[in-house]
Design a protein around this ligand. Structure first.
Ligand code: URA
Length: 313
């Protein structure tokens, strides 16, 4: 993974970013034996040898946050003993070792965060930090107002009552309903179990938001680095401990109902991206995301706006 030279020096703890830049401009830094004076020069810390005043700089791994649009049919693990497709196949191009934050079921789709920041990962999945996770859920049958109230208040599961949730009726096909469900717990198969307790079979689950992160139009099977803004918001979770979901403060339900999705043409809110050469982020300096055609080529990485690879905190 290519990283800016001053970032590598600063991440190694030798100097601040500004002091690292000054060292480069003063000609004190060599890369593979050659003096580099140009700020912004990118190097590969796993291959290139950096020295300051002739002394070797030991690089540390940059901190990364990766957003993946997980397709169904992948296990949320980096290695599966049964040989099933894993999310590792989809983030193979991320050269830093990352691990998934929490899990999505084999058949669940949507936003999955991967990182090498253990503190952020732990905070994101611990109920104490109240990190909201929002899912679009297609269920068999039509949920009544009473059932929705039950889901919001808490459902008795075999491992205890669920915490308050926020439910929006997202749309309705002929025989099925789409719900937008926000929870801050992360129990195993929680959404499925909550709905099945009310007699509704879950047909599809797509996670569209995870804490401060939004799935947006990230194509299926594609990952990207978090923007600086997103990365800062994720780091902020670690310092925040009590922010429960404010179920009572939600708008009247009638205001929350969304436009009706076409019957079985797909979920509401999950935008389909149109193929376009311009959107291929592999072109240099592109801020755009790749075309949806590439969505069917799992394992691509696209650059977010201002991708984040900073020092491990
Ligand atoms: N709830 C589920 O039932 N499955 C998931 O993958 C996530 C939440």
């Amino acid at each position: 993974m290519m990283v800016r030279l001053q970032k590598v020096i600063a991440a190694s703890g030798i100097a601040s970013r500004r002091a690292s830049e000054a060292m480069i401009q003063e000609g004190r830094v060599t890369v593979n034996g050659k003096v580099v004076r140009v700020l912004g020069t990118c190097i590969d810390p796993s291959k290139d040898h950096v020295k300051i005043d002739g002394r070797h700089v030991q690089p540390t791994e940059p901190e990364v946050f990766v957003l993946l649009h997980k397709p169904p049919g992948y296990v949320t693990t980096m290695d599966d003993p049964y040989g099933r497709p894993t999310i590792a196949d989809l983030v193979a191009k991320v050269k830093v070792r990352v691990f998934p934050v929490g899990r999505l079921d084999y058949d669940t789709e949507g936003l999955l965060l991967l990182t090498n920041n253990g503190n952020v990962a732990q905070a994101c999945v611990h109920p104490r930090y109240h990190v909201p996770k929002t899912y679009l859920v297609k269920v068999s049958g039509v949920c009544t107002e009473e059932e929705i109230q039950n889901l919001e208040d808490g459902i008795a599961l075999d491992d205890g009552m669920t915490a308050p949730a926020v439910i929006r009726k997202s749309g309705k096909a002929k025989a099925n309903s789409w719900l937008e469900i926000t929870i801050h717990e992360g129990r195993k198969h929680q959404i499925k179990r909550m709905l099945e307790a009310l007699g509704h079979r879950v047909m599809r689950i797509i996670r569209i938001r995870f804490g401060p992160l939004d799935l947006g139009d990230l194509p299926v099977g594609v990952c990207r680095f978090a923007t600086d803004l997103e990365a800062n918001a994720l780091r902020g979770i670690v310092h925040r401990t009590t922010k429960p979901l404010n179920v009572r403060a939600r708008a009247p339900r009638s205001n929350l109902q969304r436009s009706k999705p076409d019957r079985d043409t797909g979920p509401p809110h999950v935008r389909k991206t149109k193929p376009s050469a311009k959107r291929d982020a592999s072109s240099k300096g592109s801020k755009a995301r790749p075309a949806s055609g590439s969505a069917r080529q799992p394992g691509r990485v696209v650059k977010g706006r201002g991708r984040t690879r900073t020092r491990k905190g």
